[in-house]
Design a protein around this ligand. Structure first.
Ligand code: HEM
Length: 579
């Protein structure tokens, strides 16, 4: 398709340009001849008159100006039509010509309006109580419908951009491993999400490689050991607060664990990133929580060029939040940098910021030559990213784990028995954590059914072959994690059920294709914080199981929905009973 499509595209663009130029010529030169040389028009020789005019007399400055303005308007209109109609229609024809099926392109909005309508309708309905884990149609109603109607390899429209759904794990791996450097981060997502996070997650090519090399050492398992006290301190604070709340009430206490876990993971990340100055980091966590909701709203409109520049209330507030976050971070980082330069005590190097600054100071290019690391502004962006990536996702994992263990009390009991056997009433340590088999199986099964990140999005950077189909540049490619995690062809007939036993012999034996378990993505861009997140989750769940039994409140409504990550729509009310 592509060579032809591209040459067709070129021809079409050239054709459009020719049309615009001809029209401009006519307007610039023939239109004045109409008004000023009526006799020429009357005898039907406008063009001849225009050319004669050119030869014999110059047009007035006003008519030239009007002509230029009209030409500009026409040129602009042609650009808009090219962007919002001709280009998407050409891409659609090219995809269909190769046998791909999908939704019909709709002017400018593509499927965005339909997606909003379907999502609003899905969110108004609760999940069926007889199949509580069957949440995909609610979380992603458009994709659910499209796969049923058009098959597993199909396309939808993100505004004017075709979005290909890749559900085959083999092909998904090619996308995630960035085969031949063809798949980059999506531009559409990046423009809006920059206000929420930047850094390594939105970079590509050499810049990405450099940032990733500087960050990697901070996330080594060895370094995580040093952060254990910070994790334990944050979890102990949570447990202490819960114990006081239960003690003040008779028998059991109802709590919204969603907001509890958001604070916990905000606290953990503040301590892990900033060490002793973690109190200052807490304000960032609150600002980021508001920014997530605002950025999600902005997705509905900000794909339209120029929309993010309009001074709407949402746009202004998002920019203000971003400014405040950066100011707080700049203050903390500058202080720390100064302290390190002056050789102040090394304790501050045990946190993520200290390790990042140290790795940055020692940075050497891959060719071995010494080179400058990343700038202060780039360090700020990385810290902002830690907040987003490390807070929301882990809070989501902990929340759904408590929900699912409440729905399946037999697994709650098994997990508690294991925790008590390994740690007794002591605080968890690293060697004990590595022996937790049931807890690990439960966490994997929760990550399978309720993956915090639902999609991995990329765009084709150039003409790209994938699974026998040629895609033009700038097509969006989406790997739907939750869909792949629930595909009965990969996981068997009980794919929709909670069964941690499937992970008893490890991830590689849990399904027919080991690459089908991708909660942390795969390949070079795999989540840098996965060990961090799993350690935090294992510590928190162990400490909770040691001290409390829990069940869902009768008021709880099971309603997962997608707000960049998989939130509970109405919070999660849980009844806690101290053991
Ligand atoms: C349960 C918890 C977590 C889940 C499910 C998760 C999931 C993911 C996924 C799916 C990606 C890949 C996105 C893509 O390829 O487009 C990713 C990337 C990333 N995550 Fe996580 N994450 C979690 C926790 C964390 C934590 C705790 C941190 C840091 C403290 C972190 C930092 C990052 C960073 C920096 C990237 C970008 C890596 C790159 O592009 O090279 N994540 N995460």
């Amino acid at each position: 398709m592509n060579v032809q499509t591209n040459s067709r595209k070129q021809q079409s663009i050239t054709g459009d340009l020719k049309l615009s130029i001809s029209l401009c010529y006519y307007i610039c030169f023939c239109f004045p001849s109409h008004s000023r040389h009526g006799t020429n028009r009357a005898n039907g020789k406008a063009m001849v008159g225009g050319v004669a005019l050119l030869r014999e007399a110059s047009p007035s400055p006003w008519s030239v100006l009007a002509g230029v303005a009209a030409a500009l308007v026409l040129w602009w209109a042609a650009q808009v039509l090219e962007y919002a109609w001709w280009a998407p229609r050409r891409m659609e024809r090219a995809l269909r010509a190769q046998g791909l099926r999908g939704t019909r392109y709709r002017f400018l909005w593509g499927d965005l309006k339909e997606e909003s309508r379907l999502t609003a309708a899905a969110l108004a309905r609760p999940v069926r109580t007889d199949r509580p884990h069957d949440v995909f149609p609610r979380v992603s109603p458009l994709l659910h419908r499209v796969v049923q109607e058009h098959g597993k390899l199909s396309f939808t429209w993100f505004g004017t951009t075709p979005r290909i759904t890749i559900t085959d794990p083999q092909l998904a791996r090619e996308v995630m491993s960035n085969k031949d450097g063809c798949f980059l981060k999506t531009k559409i997502t990046t423009r809006v999400t920059k206000l929420l996070f930047g850094g390594v997650a939105i970079l590509d090519a050499e810049k990405w490689a450099k940032h990733r090399r500087i960050l990697n050492p901070a996330f080594h398992t060895e370094k995580l050991k040093g952060m254990l006290p910070a994790f334990t301190a944050a979890c102990s604070d949570l447990i202490c607060r819960w114990e006081n709340l239960v003690a003040d009430s008779v028998g059991s206490k109802e709590l919204d664990i969603w907001s509890e876990f958001q604070s916990l993971s905000g606290d953990v990340i503040s301590r892990a990133v900033f060490g002793v100055s973690y109190q200052e980091g807490r304000r960032i966590f609150r600002l980021q929580a508001e920014q997530v909701v605002r950025v999600t709203n902005a997705f509905k409109t900000n794909h339209i060029p120029g929309f993010s520049l309009l001074p709407t209330e949402n746009n202004r507030r998002m920019k203000a939040i971003d400014r405040e976050t950066k100011t707080i971070l700049r203050g903390i980082i500058e202080k720390r940098h100064e302290a390190m330069k002056n050789g102040e005590p090394t304790t501050t190097r045990d946190d993520l910021l200290g390790m990042l600054l140290e790795s940055n100071m020692n940075y050497t290019d891959s060719d071995g030559k010494s080179s400058r690391g990343i700038t202060l502004e780039e360090v700020i962006e990385e810290c902002k990213l830690f907040y987003f990536a490390g807070t929301e996702t882990t809070a989501v994992l902990l929340t759904w784990t408590i929900v699912v263990l409440s729905m399946h009390p037999e697994w709650q009991d098994q997990a508690r028995d294991e925790v008590l056997e390994v740690f007794g009433q002591n605080n968890p340590d690293l060697s004990g954590v590595s022996r937790l088999k049931v807890v690990t199986m439960v966490l994997y099964e929760v990550l399978r059914l309720y993956p915090p990140a639902l999609f991995i999005n990329r765009r084709t950077y150039k003409q790209t072959e994938l699974g026998g189909v040629m895609y033009p540049p700038d097509v969006m490619v989406m790997v739907p994690i939750m869909f792949i995690h629930r595909d009965p062809d990969l996981w068997g007939d009980d794919a929709g059920e909670f069964n941690p036993r499937r992970f008893a012999d490890g991830v590689s034996k849990a399904c027919s294709d080991p690459g089908a378990f991708i909660p942390f993505s795969w390949g070079p861009r795999i989540c840098i914080g996965q060990n961090f997140a799993l350690l935090e989750a294992k510590l928190a769940i162990s400490m909770i199981l040691q001290r409390f039994a829990f069940e869902l409140s009768p008021a709880y409504v099971h309603a997962p929905y997608n707000v960049l990550t998989l939130h509970p729509q109405h919070g999660v009310l849980v009844r806690l009973r101290q053991l």
